[in-house]
Ligand binder design. Structure first.
Ligand code: 3PG
Length: 212
């Protein structure tokens, strides 16, 4: 079985999802699978997140289902117990990192500065979310920090879209990009899963084009 990071790399783009309604979990998962990005970071911003993770992980066992916006160890516990295979957070919370590590579940916390990157390395991490990627300097910033921190790989998220994702994916220190552009909340809330699938397929084609 490949580890989660190999699967991040292969998928290339991690869809960041906000689900307001548990009933949208299955049609969304179907659109992601058919579109060619068999992965979802379901954000713990809504009450529907925990149950949506449970449904997606049990109905689509081949899908890489994780939780995002995890801010506390107790949210991490609920997400992992629901079946989340990975945890993502916007910032670096050592309590969340330690909890996930103790449970053996990969955690990718958000960092933006060299100091935060060194703190994350001190906690034993080598794959970090760079957030919010575009406002925080984008690819130029990642390339600048990648020089001293040779052991780090990054998952930039925030402001990435179908236009700028190619440049990120082409840089080998980027394991995958996170983004919501193909799974926009409005599309999900309007039940426009065919359009979601089209945008997912477009994103998957970009990964293939850049990474082969
Ligand atoms: C988020 O937390 O919402 C992610 O960073 C997604 O950012 P995006 O909507 O700019 O892709």
């Amino acid at each position: 079985m490949e580890n989660i990071y190999e699967r991040f790399e292969k998928t290339g783009i991690i869809p960041v999802v906000v689900l307001d309604d548990v009933d949208d979990a299955l049609p969304l998962a179907g659109a992601l699978m058919r579109g060619g990005l068999p992965c979802a970071e379901v954000t713990f911003r809504t009450d529907a997140a925990e149950e949506s993770i449970r449904i997606m992980a049990s109905e689509y066992p081949d899908m890489l289902v994780g939780a995002g916006t995890v801010l506390t160890p107790s949210q991490a516990e609920r997400a992992i117990n629901a079946g989340a295979g990975f945890i993502v957070s916007p910032g670096l919370n050592p309590d969340v990192v330690k909890y996930c590590m103790a449970r053996g579940v990969p955690i990718t916390p958000g960092v933006m500065t060299p100091t935060e990157m060194e703190m994350a390395m001190g906690l034993g991490l080598s794959v970090l979310k760079f957030f919010p990627a575009e406002p925080a300097g984008g690819l130029a910033m990642i390339k600048a920090v990648a020089a001293p921190y040779t052991q780090l790989r990054f998952m930039p998220t925030g402001g990435i879209n179908a236009k700028n994702v190619r440049d990120y994916l082409a840089y080998d220190r980027i394991i995958a990009c996170g983004g919501s552009w193909m799974v926009k909340k409005d599309l999900i809330n309007q039940g426009r899963f065919a359009e979601v699938e089209r945008l997912v397929a477009e994103a998957a084609a970009i990964v293939k084009e850049i990474r082969g």
